[in-house]
Design a protein around this ligand. Sequence first.
Ligand code: SF4
Length: 479
Amino acid sequence: MSKREKIQIPIEEINQQKEIINRIRQRNDFDIQRTGEKKRAVVVTYGCQQNENDSERLRGMLRDMGYEFTEEKEEADLIIYNTCAVRENAELKVFGNVGALKHLKAKKPHMLIGLCGCMMQQEHVVKQIKKKYKHVDMVFGTHTLYRFPEVLDKAMNEAYTVIDILNTDGYIVEDIPIHREGSTKAWVSIMYGCNNFCSYCIVPYVRGRERSRNPQDIVSEIKQLVSEGYKEITLLGQNVNSYGKDLEKPMDFADLLKTVNEIDGIQRIRFMTSHPKDISDKLIQTMSECKNVCEQLHLPFQAGSNRVLHLMNRKYTKEKYLEIINKVKNAIPDIALTSDVIVGFPGETNEDFEDTLEVVRQVEFDSLFTFIYSPRKGTPAEKMKDVISMEEKQANFQKLLDMQNKISLKKNQQYLGKIVEVLVEGYSKTNAEILTGRTRTGKIVNFPGDDSMIGKLINIKIDNVQTWSLSGQVVKENF
Ligand code: SF4
């Protein structure tokens, strides 16, 4: 058996799960007819787009089992939390929310509660659930998501907590039913896992090693999405730049991007996340040549100090990062750049932090995702010592936010008076008369419009800008 065959879950196993889905569907249909009550499920997602994409698969399986979706836990027959292990806050939130379900479960004993996702891949978390959260009916991990129907079937019939966790380097699973959020933009995973072991990060421990989907499977999923009317595809992976290294016929990410760009009818392509150490000149050139690839790049730099980057095991220097950014700006002048930054990594001094500010000043990112370092159990950084206090970290964090807010506003001001193409996503959450969408560069644009514009690419003239969004009016020539 080849290495690829070993990590690819055979179709027979997926078909077994589909049989269980059908069985649950029959039972649910029978119950619905008997009681006149619908079956409802709540799926709550924490964390990144990969988790969102996994939740779309959970919803796909649940839809095929006859469930409808609700956000009201009180009316649910089934509640699933798809958890994230990347930050301590998200973990604490999950424990708090699961604890709060105890009373609801006491009132509705037939209601099932499931926990899945990255947190469940950690032994200490599962131990804690078994000990303190006995009202949880099922626990499954990232590697066993495809076996959710089997887990649910058991949980429906057994009184104990059904646990299905695998410690493995991970699999590739194709053909799981999917129920996507929205009908204009879709996420498509191109690879799973990570080999980088940045010293602060839990992902390689909970998502396994890098494994790339076959390009044919990716292309056929995207063709299907385009035929259903999706206009924008985001290619997902922990480190998309190392796509293809494990394929039998090697193909790199730039080649994949070119192939996807040629799919008939595709309008916009984005991708995330990229690792600076793996971004190649070929990729930058490909981005500039492919007309459907959006002018946007998310390239996490995490810290500006070379000493801290070394402690983080990031394998590039500040100088190398800035060199890449210059190449990208030269090749794609309209590019919007975003990044992740960690403030207060163990060992970071106030002087090191000045290097972070220096990178932000030089690059002028469109926006930043900023975090104060939070230790993750089982990672090397957990044992590293701080040299500055939490108060100093918070003051540095505020300095960074203040600097970035000014830059974000300045970047947005460049849009004033310009006409931009917006993919309209729907009505604004805060104003039911205002539509909202994004430019190719990922900027949020709000404007007055009507239902007929949703899902379309519309030209908008920008007449007002804020730090986080733009607003404007529809350009008459659209019609
Ligand atoms: S590249 Fe680093 S930060 Fe990103 S998922 Fe892998 S280990 Fe985590």
